[in-house]
Design a protein around this ligand. Sequence first.
Ligand code: FES
Length: 141
Amino acid sequence: MTTATATTMATAANRKLAEQQQSSKATPHMIAEWLDIGSVDQLPALGARTLPVRGGKEIAIFRTANGAVHALLNQCPHKQGPLSEGIVHDSSVTCPLHNWRISLLTGEALGEDKGCVPVIPVKIDGGRILIGRREALQGMA
Ligand code: FES
């Protein structure tokens, strides 16, 4: 995926989120539970992409070797390292700053390390990546 594609993916997702936020003010009963952030094909195996969100934070979306997709707040629980720049292996990511291993399933630090980062629910529908809207918004707080 090129930077332009990643930017397009993030921009489209942000636009949908903004539209949903606008509509939530007018008709709260019509809020979508899931936010479509792009095609699975745009996410390489063992790679990650980020989705900038309100408040200057980011959500990191990871794809494992077996094709599973996971999303975490892009902040290591140790010292806020960018997990999206880490190495994805099995169902975890190794932080690029001090090598903590973080579970992509639970957001918890593995091994001797202690800490946890918020997990954003993900589901795949028709080749599209959907993330939990409410949890994504909470991650922005
Ligand atoms: S910031 Fe991630 S291991 Fe230190």
